[in-house]
Design a protein around this ligand. Structure first.
Ligand code: ATP
Ligand code: MG
Length: 140
């Protein structure tokens, strides 16, 4: 079994789509091993998205991700990282496969409802960003 990190983004929390997204993830076989509402500050968003700091969308992305509470999730499943990336769909909901979380619940390419770690290495870093080892005890 593997763990990955998902974030339900401010657009979906504000739009009251959290319950439907969690149900979708559970229906895809993910177990929720930890969950935490967080309001990222500028420094937290900068750290989390450091990999994108040269991108033109970096500043608006930080503004969006600090605009309201987010829900960080530790999700467990066989092949967790790859399966979650498949389940969320393409970054732009207009290009996301029908039935994916972004196709169903995202507004646009930036306000796209959900984040998922993109490799096992990133998943370990991103899980550690939000959750302590103790908080994840029993998972993995
Ligand atoms: P995430 O990392 O959130 O799971 P992703 O891996 O599909 O999404 P990335 O390329 O890592 O996409 O971009 C991170 C986030 O930055 C996107 O989810 C989206 O919110 C925002 N973003 C990416 N590209 C653009 C863009 N061209 N214009 C506006 N926002 C963008
Ligand atoms: Mg990404």
């Amino acid at each position: 079994m593997g763990l990955t990190l998902a974030i339900i983004k401010p657009d979906a929390v504000e739009g009251r789509r959290v319950g439907r997204i969690l149900a979708h993830l559970e229906d895809e076989g993910f177990g929720i091993r930890a969950a935490k509402f967080v309001r990222l500050d500028e420094a937290g968003a900068a750290e989390f998205y450091a990999v994108h700091r040269e991108r033109p969308f970096y500043e608006p992305l930080k503004r969006f991700m600090t605009s309201g509470p987010i829900l960080a999730l530790a999700l467990e499943r066989e092949d967790a990282v790859a399966h979650l990336r498949k389940v969320i769909g393409a970054t732009d909901p207009a290009e996301a496969e029908a039935g994916t979380v972004r196709a169903l619940y995202a507004e646009n390419k930036e306000r796209n409802a959900i984040h998922a770690s993109d490799s096992d290495e990133t998943a370990q870093q991103e899980l550690a960003f939000f959750f302590s080892k103790r908080g994840l005890m029993g998972a993995g």
